[in-house]
Design a protein around this ligand. Structure first.
Ligand code: SAH
Length: 413
């Protein structure tokens, strides 16, 4: 086998590579390959040297933001592999009837079996393969999408990079897992770092992975992780950034841009489980978090208490509707941090921000196209973009470029 090539399929690492550790320099690792990369599409840039990937992302974000501001250099990931703390596998059977676990082939519902993925947490992958093998021993019926018969549909594994805790979510078509206790015992024996197992029921013919009903069958039903020195609880359905190493850099950049002095009242919009707001709370007088997802808001409130943060409150609401109310009440807001989903924000939100007229806006975006659209709106409402920086949150993929932008009121220039 070629020294430089690591065959993912065969899981073979050359002796010299083993000695040096799997995480060599990004330049060396640009030659790593994946046997299903073409079909899965998850790591579509794996064959491109990492430095080149960074240049491409920088160019893309800089091009879209050119009318508004110049970008600082993109923040790379030192070891840009095995970073995803959330790993999903669809379960099915191959033509010979063997249980397979993997990802859906691009724009289809055919499952591509995945033995090893270069961007997902390795232990999480191993847990999925163990479950695949246990299905045979425990005669667990695999769900058939065509007929709607069978039990196991998906497995989701989430991990706390710093805590070392693992959560397994078994997505079943019904709540009953026959032989549950023996199954759990066998799984935990193989993977003692699993701290909780949850059954999620999805009995609908849908492409959504998770259903609404859940039962904890082992542990607390959530995991915890440490980020920026704070402890966060993560439930199966709450959003948590998938690359914790780069998230730290992203939040550090957001706080550097915000440059708080201790007496500000700020809004953390699209706040998820409260991560940014809780990290920022030490540097300001008051934080108001707003988030649509009920589970995430519950986690956010617990997270604030868990970290003894008393100057933060969370509201379960649409961010646009909530900000409109704040603007009607003429609330005093010194800064707004927003971190919307890929679709970006909306006029209800951005218009209300302009009415509230905070001195600073820190916009964190995972999609430079919607970011550029929203910057156009805000720069038309008396703000200007002062600084911006991309952070490579998703190495080896082409899809996402995360960008942090500082906007200031034009009068503050
Ligand atoms: N700031 C958080 C979460 C960012 S992801 C973090 O860094 O972890 C975007 C979040 O926006 C998700 O938690 C999602 O549930 C939430 N969201 C999506 N649409 C929303 C809306 N209209 N109003 C409020 N929150 C929304």
């Amino acid at each position: 086998m070629n020294e430089e090539k690591l065959s993912v399929k065969n899981r073979t690492v050359s002796a010299s590579r083993k000695k040096e550790g799997f995480h060599g320099s990004p330049e060396i690792k640009s030659s790593l390959t994946c046997s299903v990369s073409g079909k899965c599409g998850g790591c579509s840039r794996l064959d491109v040297p990492y430095k080149k990937q960074l240049k491409e992302k920088q160019k893309l974000a800089a091009g879209l933001l050119k009318p508004y501001c110049v970008l600082e250099d993109i923040l790379p990931m030192e070891e840009p592999y095995f970073y995803r703390n959330k790993v999903h596998a669809a379960f099915g059977r191959d033509r010979r009837g063997n249980v397979i676990a993997g990802t859906y082939e691009k724009s289809s519902h055919r499952i591509v079996p995945v033995e090893k993925c270069m961007i997902e947490d390795e232990e999480a992958q191993a847990i999925i393969l163990t479950i695949r093998d246990l299905c045979k021993d425990f005669k667990i019926k695999i769900y058939d999408e065509d007929t709607g018969y069978g039990l196991l549909r998906h497995v989701l594994v989430r991990s706390g990079k710093n805590s070392g805790q693992y959560m397994v979510v078994l997505v079943l078509s019904s709540l009953i897992l026959p032989g549950k206790n023996h199954f759990l015992k066998a799984l935990l024996k193989e993977h003692p770092r699993i701290t909780t197992v949850v059954v999620n029921v999805n009995d609908r013919r849908t492409s959504m992975i998770l259903g609404d009903r859940e039962q904890v069958i082992f542990g607390k039903g959530y995991i915890e992780d440490t980020l920026c020195g704070k402890i966060f609880r993560i439930s199966p359905r709450s959003f948590y950034q998938v690359n914790p190493v780069q998230t730290q850099k992203l939040y550090d950049k957001a706080l550097e841009y915000a440059d708080f002095h201790g007496n500000e009242c700020i809004v953390d919009a699209y706040c998820g489980i409260g991560t940014i707001g809780i990290v920022a709370a030490d540097h300001v007088k008051e934080v108001i978090g707003v988030e649509l997802n009920k589970d995430a808001v519950r986690d956010a409130r617990v997270n604030a208490r868990r970290n003894d943060v008393c100057n933060i409150s969370f509201y379960e609401n649409d961010a646009g509707r909530f900000l409109t109310q704040m603007a009607e009440q003429k609330a005093k807001v010194d800064a707004v941090i927003l971190d919307p989903p890929r679709a970006g924000s909306d006029e209800a939100f951005l218009g209300s921000v302009a009415e509230l007229a905070p001195e600073k806006i820190v916009y964190i975006s995972c999609n430079p196209e919607t970011l550029a659209r929203d910057l156009k709106y805000l720069t038309g409402k008396g703000y200007y973009a002062r600084k911006a920086c991309a952070v490579d949150m998703f190495p080896q993929t082409a899809e996402h470029v995360e960008t942090c932008v500082l906007l200031m009121k034009a009068s503050e220039a």
